[in-house]
Design a protein around this ligand. Structure first.
Ligand SMILES: C[S@@+](CC[C@H](N)C(=O)[O-])C[C@H]1O[C@@H](n2cnc3c(N)ncnc32)[C@H](O)[C@@H]1O
Length: 340
């Protein structure tokens, strides 16, 4: 690339002249050696021009210049100078990536910037689609309203988690990638030969993760037909060691009608799982383990509920943890309890 080699002591003066005549190539960086400054030029200056600008004593050279253009690396880089860093942090915290899909929150005061934010998220993540969270997770089937922002409006995707593949339509079923560690934690506790009831299975992330690694028999129940549709797809998508029996319906009916006795029961419906505790515990073998989830500020409330539902059976709390934050001060609590 063409540049002008100038002794250091003349550099400022000449740079100003070149600036004035718009001859500096701003896509590249000026470089320096001990004695010289090298200025990238937009074109080769002919003798006449060199004379006119009083540059004849300097040398035009062919050399490499470093590009000015930095590839943006973060969402912050993409939105810099457009949105305040506090707001960018807020958006970043809300970010979920599920397969090819990005789901994020856009604060109401940034309504006018929503497409800009969507575009930035698309470029930053290199995914296919960006949706905005337009409601909380609600209703029996635990889904939220999503507003399409940018990309291809395709809400079906395949998410990969710890070697499992999970197909789903993010508009039609519940799924949280933030529970990946929790699923791994539960999977690590499972032994071959167990019978497991996954009471609120969704598209089956707990069931698939477990059956992927263990030779078990799982009864996976959900009331949402779309969740069971995708669970069936996911059973076929993954090479499973265990067996999963997908069951569409209310878990209450399953527990009443079938006399399955389980070594382990997973109850990930943190808002209302407590309503099902008594019947769940009745289906748990002596020494069986309950993985119970509840939205709570503390551990006391969920522990008391499990003890009450267990009645005369002994409850040994094996572990209690804050799985993730739900709202300020309120946690998605996880409790592992052995019921003997
Ligand atoms: C919070 S989601 C959890 C899904 C899944 N376990 C996961 O971790 O991604 C709760 C699921 O429970 C299902 N559900 C709610 N009430 C139910 C009931 N009475 N019987 C069976 N499934 C139910 C919903 O459709 C939803 O898919």
């Amino acid at each position: 690339m063409i540049g002008l080699k100038i002794p250091k002591n003349h550099a400022d003066e000449i740079r100003r002249i070149l600036l004035e005549y718009s001859l500096i190539n701003h896509e590249f960086k000026i470089k320096r050696s001990d004695d010289f400054v090298f200025i990238p030029l937009i074109k080769k200056l002919d003798t006449e021009m060199m004379k006119e600008l009083n540059l004849s004593s300097f040398e035009i050279i062919e050399t490499e210049f470093e590009s000015q253009k930095k590839e943006p690396k973060s969402l912050k880089d993409y939105l810099k100078n457009k949105i305040s860093s506090e707001k960018i942090m807020e958006i970043k915290k809300s970010f979920d990536i599920i397969g090819d899909v990005v789901i994020l929150e856009v604060p109401v005061e940034l309504e006018d910037e929503k497409y800009l934010i969507g575009e930035a998220a698309l470029n930053f993540t290199k995914r296919r689609t960006v949706y905005r969270k337009n409601s909380n997770i609600k209703g029996v089937i635990r889904i939220r309203e999503l507003e399409y922002l940018v990309g291809e409006d395709v809400s079906e995707t395949i998410h990969t988690e710890s070697g499992s593949r999970l197909m789903m339509d993010v508009r039609k079923v519940y799924f949280s990638p933030r529970l990946a560690t929790e699923r791994e934690r539960i999977t690590n506790q499972v032994n071959d030969g167990e019978t497991i009831i996954d009471m609120f299975t969704g598209v089956g992330p707990f069931s698939i993760a477990i059956a992927h690694k263990r030779i078990v028999e799982i009864y996976a129940i959900d009331i949402n037909p779309d969740a069971i549709y995708y669970l069936e797809k996911n059973i076929n998508l993954n090479k499973l060691q265990g067996t999963i029996n997908p069951i569409l319906g209310d878990v209450k009916n399953f527990l009443e009608d079938k006399d399955v006795m389980a070594d382990r029961i997973i109850m990930n419906l943190p808002g209302t799982a407590y309503l099902f505790l008594e019947s769940a515990i009745k289906s748990l073998k002596k020494g069986g383990v309950l993985h119970y989830y509840e939205f709570s500020r503390d551990f006391d409330k969920p522990i008391k509920r499990v003890r009450k539902a267990a009645g005369s059976r002994e409850v040994k709390v094996l572990d209690k943890r804050r799985v993730k934050s739900r709202s300020p001060g309120v946690w998605h609590i996880g409790l592992d309890a052995m019921i003997t």
